[in-house]
Ligand binder design. Sequence first.
Ligand SMILES: Nc1ncnc2c1ncn2[C@@H]1O[C@H](COP(=O)(O)OP(=O)(O)OP(=O)(O)O)[C@@H](O)[C@H]1O
Length: 235
Amino acid sequence: MECITLNNVIKRFDAVVALNNISFSVPCGGRYALLGPNGAGKSTTMKILAGLLSQDSGEVYIKGMKPTSTDVKRILGYLPEESTPYRILSVRENLEYIASLRGLRDGQSRIENLIDILDLRPYERMQAGKLSRGNQQKLALALVLLHNPEIILLDEPLNYLDIPTQERVIKYLKTLVNATFLISTHIMSIATRLTDHVIVISHGSVVWVGSIEQLKSLGREDEPIESVVVKLMGV
Ligand SMILES: Nc1ncnc2c1ncn2[C@@H]1O[C@H](COP(=O)(O)OP(=O)(O)OP(=O)(O)O)[C@@H](O)[C@H]1O
């Protein structure tokens, strides 16, 4: 079954065609990276999938449902590229507020667990607006993962994180074996560690889809995977 589907999606911002008839799908349980040069349309795609932007034409489904539907909001976790938690609430208050909005029965235990996994314990009483950028990113990730979403859309998830935290986050995301992932990133090592398939887009259209193994096999022996991706992007 497909958990993420885009069929012939077009999105314009005035004269700019951000998405130009883009189509791809991610099977349920799939772990896909979305790669593309600056301005290719990755964040626009993610925002449409999260129900925050509407397409001009084409079809978009999350598990067969429209992204704006309440049922999708229950099962989807979306991390935007520049995520900002509620600045005047503390780390713990942010988590408690979202747990309560989502009506989570196991909210308290999930909050404790994520505070530990993301190493937020020393900052739990600090206002989010006073956190370092990296600690804000950790909180943003915790807020996205709090309800144990089935479909996880992450736009540059490891931005600002120090290396030990990157490793913790990678380890944790790997434990979520039943979730469907679409991860937009510019960093190939993040794609290869967190996903097993890639969708390469350029100028708002898909130019290549395949497994990381297939991607590697396109290059010469010892050719860095980044170099293969650059050729596919046509930049
Ligand atoms: N709100 C907006 N208003 C006008 N143009 C926009 C808007 N959002 C995106 N665009 C344009 O749409 C195109 C695709 O942008 P998008 O942010 O989706 O690309 P991206 O692949 O995420 O880029 P990057 O890797 O630089 O983050 C770009 O030309 C961008 O300038």
